[in-house]
Design a protein around this ligand. Structure first.
Ligand code: PLP
Length: 370
C-alpha cells in the first residue's frame, strides 16, 4: 500500500508512540488532587506549552476532542454571546464542513452568514472581504491551508480587516499547523494532532487573551470551566510531542515536501493540471485534474494506492466537491480530479511509482494506452 492521503490523516510519528504509551498504565485522573493525578496534570501542562509554541503568542490553548469540536465551539460560543447589531458571520465557500455546517446551523438560529466566493486560484479576494465585513460582523472565519486543494489564504490580512471593523477572526489552521507559522492576527485558532503525525480525537482551540467564549460542553468544569470532560493524558501527550517534532523538523519536512512535489509532477506528465494556486500553496497537497477522467473509477482501479477525490468527508457523498465547484470547475472537471497528499514519511520512490501507475491507469481508462 502506498499512502497518499496525508490531508485526511497522517501516520503516527515513531517518536509520538513512546510519549503516549506510559499513560495507558498510568491511569490516574489528571483532575484529581492526589500525587498520581498531579503527575498526569504536569504532563498535560508540558504538552499544552508545546502545542502553544506552534500557535501565535498571547493566548491560551484549550484541549478539545478534535478540530471539529474546536470550530463548533468557537463559532457557537461566540454566537451565543452575540449582542445588538453584531450578528453576521463572514466566511468563505471553500471552508471545511465543520465551519460551513456550523454556520448553516447558526443561520437557522437567526445569525446572518455571508459565504464569500474565491478566485479561480482558490484564494479569497480581499476586496470582497472588505465589502462584507462591517460593524454588523461578529466573526470572520477563514482557514489557513485548504484541506482539498492546499491553497494558503491571506489570514493576517483578513484578520486586519476584521479588526478594523471591530469583529473577531477565527482561523481553522488544521492543515498548516506546525508546518508553517500561524500568522499573527486571528483571535481564535483551531488545530488537531492527527494531521501532524499525532493521535486522533485530540485537538485544540487557541484563544487570544481577553477574548471571552461561552462553553459548548458543560460538566465538571475542566479547562478552566470552559470545556468540561476528563482529559486524556495519553492523547494530550501525543499531541504535544507531535507539535514539538513538527516545529523541530519544519525546515527539513518542508524541503522534503518540495522535492516530492517536483518529482510527482514530473512523473505524472503534462496531461494533468493542478487545481488551485501552485504558489500560495502547501506543496504536500497535489490536487490534480485530467480532462475526461472518471476519478472515482481511477481510485477503485488502484486499490493499493491510498489517494482520494477531495476531502475524506466529501469522498463518501458522491457530490462533486464544493471546493472545486467554488474554483469555477464544472461538475465534470470536479469528477475528473484527485488529491495526492504526501509528507514526512513518503519516499520519493514510492511517490514516483504511484504517480506513474496513476498516469498509466488514467491513459488506459481513456483508451490511450500504448
Ligand atoms: N478543518 C480542516 C481544514 C480539516 O482538514 C479537518 C480534518 O479533516 C478538520 C477541520 C476537522 O478536524 P478533526 O478531524 O480533528 O475533527
Amino acid at each position: 500500500m502506498i499512502y497518499l492521503d496525508y490531508q485526511a490523516t497522517t501516520p503516527l510519528a515513531p517518536e509520538v508512540r513512546p510519549a503516549m504509551e506510559p499513560w495507558l498504565d498510568k491511569f490516574a485522573n489528571p483532575h484529581s488532587p492526589n500525587r498520581w493525578g498531579r503527575e498526569a496534570a504536569a504532563a498535560i501542562a508540558v504538552a499544552r506549552d508545546l502545542v502553544a509554541m506552534a500557535m501565535p503568542a498571547g493566548g491560551q490553548v484549550l484541549f478539545t476532542s478534535g478540530a471539529t469540536e474546536a470550530i463548533n465551539w468557537a463559532l457557537k460560543g461566540l454566537a451565543e454571546q452575540a449582542t445588538g447589531e453584531r450578528r453576521r458571520i463572514v466566511t468563505v465557500a471553500t471552508e471545511h464542513a465543520a465551519v460551513l455546517d456550523s454556520c448553516e446551523w447558526l443561520e437557522g438560529r437567526g445569525l446572518e452568514v455571508v459565504r464569500l466566493p474565491v478566485r479561480a486560484d482558490g484564494i479569497v479576494d480581499l476586496d470582497a472581504v472588505r465589502a462584507a465585513v462591517d460593524e454588523r460582523t461578529l466573526v470572520v472565519a477563514v482557514m489557513l491551508v485548504n484541506n482539498e486543494i492546499g491553497v494558503i489564504q491571506p489570514v493576517a490580512e483578513v484578520a486586519a480587516i476584521a479588526h478594523a471593523a471591530g469583529a473577531l477572526m477565527l482561523c481553522d489552521a488544521v492543515q498548516g499547523f506546525g508546518r508553517m507559522d500561524v500568522p499573527d492576527g486571528p483571535d481564535l485558532v483551531t488545530a488537531c494532532a492527527h494531521k501532524i503525525h499525532g493521535p486522533k480525537m485530540i485537538g485544540a482551540l487557541w484563544i487570544r487573551d481577553g477574548i471571552r467564549l461561552e462553553p459548548l460542553i458543560h460538566g465538571g468544569g475542566q479547562e478552566q470551566g470552559l470545556r468540561s470532560g476528563t482529559l486524556s493524558p495519553m492523547l494530550v501527550a501525543g499531541f504535544g510531542t507531535a507539535a514539538k517534532l513538527a516545529l523541530e523538523r519544519r525546515t527539513e519536512d518542508a524541503a522534503h515536501v518540495e522535492r516530492l512535489w517536483t518529482a510527482a509532477r514530473e512523473a505524472l506528465g503534462p496531461a494533468w493540471s493542478v487545481n488551485g494556486s501552485t504558489e500560495a500553496r502547501y506543496r504536500g497537497n497535489l490536487n490534480i485534474r485530467r480532462e475526461g477522467l472518471d476519478a472515482a473509477r481511477l481510485i477503485s482501479d488502484l486499490r493499493d494506492i491510498a489517494f482520494s477525490l477531495g476531502s475524506a468527508c466529501a469522498s463518501g457523498s458522491g457530490r462533486p466537491s464544493h471546493v472545486l465547484r467554488a474554483l469555477g470547475l464544472s461538475d465534470g472537471q470536479a469528477r475528473a480530479s484527485v488529491r495526492l497528499g504526501f509528507g514526512r514519511y513518503t519516499s520519493e520512490e514510492e511517490l514516483v511509482a504511484a504517480c506513474r501507475r496513476i498516469n498509466a491507469a488514467a491513459e488506459a481508462q481513456q483508451g490511450l494506452a500504448a
